[in-house]
Design a protein around this ligand. Structure first.
Ligand code: ZN
Length: 280
């Protein structure tokens, strides 16, 4: 057995709707229940977005508090440990709001999207230089590890820039999110381009969007990834025409990893691998 594999469950994201897959969790109760179920199935990290009462994406601090407090309570009752990873994306919301939940909830990780792109030809996935400087500084002050979500080739160079300028600190952790139209394709060519450009001593995880979900897991395992991200944020099908659940996606990742000779990392082991600090 080689190094342990970190599985991240990305439960709902900003845009997966119940109309597409009724299993996507959107209420605080549903999100907390899915987080716990995914952790029991083998996910060490849970990546959170939250929704309003109309199922729409929101960055409201109050909602984050509601969801994370409830999840922490359920996990404590069940004696289940997870690493909390909270999103900071949400281009339609004020930058103040995109970081307001961090000092209150003190998760171990937060997303850090190092660049702007046209998301699936529909809107501008906006991450201004000022926001990236601010988020880098804040995450260091709060001892929250930024997960560098790289969607596109230019973003990996931006990571180098923010590291050089001190807004990011080594060792870095990359999450390659491939297959979003507007970003890089979910294929081995993209991964082969990106991997050699990582900073030395970094860790990395990968996810493929939609039909690239499975191929990118296999590619990640073949390249010795530290983590795999799965979940309804990224992909709603197990196979063509068969809707997935978050738990079924985590279980499949566990099985693939075990078949590839990788043991699954616990939340505690993940903290060691990524150098995370549990503050709450
Ligand atoms: Zn996300």
């Amino acid at each position: 057995m080689g190094k342990k594999l970190i599985i991240t469950a990305a439960l709902c994201g900003a845009g997966t709707m119940k109309q597409q897959n009724p299993h996507v969790p959107v209420t605080p109760e549903e999100i907390a229940a899915d987080a716990l179920a995914c952790a029991k199935a083998g996910a060490a990290v849970v990546h959170f977005h939250v929704r309003d009462n109309e199922e729409k994406n929101t960055m409201e601090t109050k909602r984050f508090i509601e969801v994370i407090d409830l999840t922490r309570k359920k996990c404590a009752e069940a004696n289940v440990d997870i690493v909390f990873n909270l999103t900071t994306s949400g281009a339609k919301f004020p930058e103040d709001m995109r970081v307001a939940h961090l000092p209150i909830l003190l998760p171990e990780m937060c997303s850090y999207d190092p660049g702007t792109m046209n998301w699936a030809n529909s809107y501008v996935f906006l991450n201004t230089p000022a926001f990236l400087e601010r988020l880098g500084t804040l995450s260091q002050e709060l001892k929250i590890k930024p997960e560098l979500e790289v969607f596109d080739g230019g973003m990996i160079g931006n990571v180098d820039y923010y590291l050089k300028k001190g807004f990011l600190k080594s060792p870095l952790h990359y999450q390659f999110v491939l297959g979003v139209p507007g970003g890089m394709d979910g294929n081995i060519d993209s991964l082969s381009f990106l991997l050699p450009k990582m900073q030395p001593g970094s860790t990395w995880s990968v996810t493929g969007i939609g039909r690239t979900h499975m191929p990118m897991m296999l590619a990640g395992l073949s390249e010795g990834c530290d983590g795999l991200r799965v979940g309804l944020e990224d992909n709603i099908f197990m196979e063509k025409g068969v809707l997935a659940t978050n738990v079924s996606l985590v279980e499949r990742a566990v099985n693939l990893a075990l078949a590839a000779g990788r043991e699954i990392a616990t939340a505690a082991e993940t903290r060691e691998i990524l150098g995370l600090i549990k503050q709450k």
